[in-house]
Design a protein around this ligand. Structure first.
Ligand SMILES: Nc1ncnc2c1ncn2[C@@H]1O[C@H](COP(=O)(O)OP(=O)(O)OP(=O)(O)O)[C@@H](O)[C@H]1O
Ligand SMILES: [Mg+2]
Length: 458
């Protein structure tokens, strides 16, 4: 079912127009800021891109079942993300490259398993091991006339500092434990060889939108970086939108790059964009060729004998070719349950306690059927109102009677740090009425159909 499910008729159109207008305005402001700053990156420019990114997310959330619109805005969100990352790289002084590949023993946060795990050895076929470190000039042998070295370079996620780690992710404990356990089973090269086990691990995360698939994999890659794993990330919709023929070469280059970069995590988000179901009558012939190229390249990777962890993620699992599902571990990410939502509120409002007579538990009880993304939107709206209120409450005027921004900021900070600012039930419930959870019946129908098809396959 591909019908629009969230907002009806004119309110949908009006809301889309408003949000699109806001998005464009923020992009224009970001570009103007960059021009006025002689082409140099700035925090303000990043803030405009961040606001634009938020609009993309809101529009994506409004179009959960409108695949083309959703993909378009996902690509726009990705472009904003990329620019924010570039800005943060430009503004952050670079760290010196590590002298050698860190071993689990030298990692600052060893996993319980790492103590008994063999140290990873440098893998074979890199151009040179030093080339693709943070400082080194990027080199790759996988560039071709259609897929430039620059494009391949952009797949490497190097600055993971700004990404959430496992400790910043609420809930998902079972999944975290499972993945870290399985990661610890990588690196036993001699045993793998003796038992003829492929060290390549493959996972397929699916579930409703906004449940943390992308966030979880980013966080996992961040954990694995400490064990010397590189992180390569691509988006299926971007590859899908490239020219016919180029998309196939891009997919092949991506898996070849993962082989050369091993040990590495490779993540293809919105994987249905590169691995469309070939038995679906709506799948065009060029999409079927892309699926073939994808499966061929992935098989090559699977048999390469190197330490690679592959992730695909989607909220349209029925659109993915069944051949992809044969050799991956399927992981379902549900909407957060009440307990997870309570932990979430505790985490995000850790410095804004609820007023007397109100609790995180009550907030959780009122947000059934909300995804993490929807909770984020609600929380952002609540925090914005609190901010406005704090600016009014802790206003400090200068001699001319104007607001002294620095002193006001300081006073508000003091109030927040000393627990004086409270979250009121009234504000929370008002924002909840403005940001109710979207209708997800269409999404659940499609996920149920997928689960049924899996049962049929089994
Ligand atoms: N476990 C979590 N704890 C706290 N916040 C989370 C968690 N998971 C996700 N989030 C928040 O929810 C937002 C949406 O998550 P994310 O984009 O990873 O979802 P997704 O499942 O990949 O969605 P989509 O299917 O639309 O791609 C993130 O920006 C993140 O801030
Ligand atoms: Mg995602």
């Amino acid at each position: 079912m591909r019908g629009r499910i969230d907002l009806g008729g004119s309110s949908y159109v009006q809301s889309m127009e408003e949000k699109t207008g806001d998005y464009k305005l923020n992009i224009r402001k970001a570009q103007r800021t960059n021009q006025e700053n002689d082409g140099k990156a700035s925090k303000l420019e990043a803030e405009y891109y961040f606001s634009a990114l938020k609009k993309c997310e809101e529009i994506m959330a409004m179009n959960l079942t409108q695949r083309e619109i959703h993909s378009l805005w996902a690509a726009r969100r990705k472009a904003c993300e990329d620019r924010i990352r570039e800005i943060s790289e430009e503004l952050t002084p670079r760290k010196p490259a590590p002298p050698q590949m860190p071993t689990p023993q030298s990692a600052s946060k060893p996993t319980p398993q790492s103590a008994s795990k063999p140290a990873p050895q440098p893998e074979g076929k890199r151009v040179t091991d030093a080339d693709n470190t943070e400082e080194g000039e990027f080199k790759t042998k996988n560039a071709n006339p259609d897929v430039s070295a620059e494009t391949i370079r952009s797949w490497y996620q190097r600055d993971l500092e700004h990404l959430r780690g496992f400790e910043d992710l609420v809930g998902m404990e079972e999944l975290k434990r499972r993945l870290m356990d399985e990661a610890a089973s990588i690196g036993w090269d001699r045993i793998d060889k003796d038992l003829q086990i492929s060290p390549v691990q493959s996972y397929f995360l699916y579930g409703p939108p906004g449940t943390g698939k992308t966030t979880f994999i980013n966080a996992f890659a961040k954990e694995m970086k400490e064990q010397g794993f590189q992180y390569i990330k691509l988006t299926g919709s971007q590859i899908h939108n490239s020219l016919v023929g180029v998309a196939e070469k891009t997919v092949t280059a991506a898996f070849d790059e993962a082989i050369d970069a091993a040990p590495c995590v490779i993540f293809i988000d919105e994987v249905e964009g590169v691995c469309a179901n070939r038995s679906d009558s709506n799948t065009a012939s060029h999409e079927k060729r892309l699926t073939n190229a994808f499966l061929e390249a992935r098989n090559k990777m699977k048999n390469c004998g190197k330490r690679i962890i592959f992730f695909g993620a989607t909220n349209h699992p029925s659109d993915v070719d069944p051949a992809m599902l044969d050799s991956v571990k399927l992981l379902y990410l549900p909407l957060p349950d009440e307990k997870a939502r309570e932990s979430y509120f505790q985490f995000v409002f850790r410095n804004i306690p609820p007023e007397d007579g109100f609790s995180f538990g009550e907030m959780a009880a009122q947000t059934d059927n909300c995804s993490y993304r929807e909770l984020d939107m609600l929380v952002n709206a609540v925090k914005s109102s609190i901010k406005q209120q704090m600016i009014r409450d802790y206003k400090v005027l200068d001699e001319a009677g104007e607001v002294d921004q620095e002193k006001t900021d300081e006073a508000a900070h003091e109030a927040l740090s000393s627990g004086q600012v409270k979250l009121s039930r009234e504000l929370y419930e008002m924002k909840l009425r403005e940001y109710p959870p979207k209708d997800k019946s269409g999404v659940f129908e499609s996920l149920k159909a997928f689960d049924n098809s899996l049962a049929g396959m089994g």
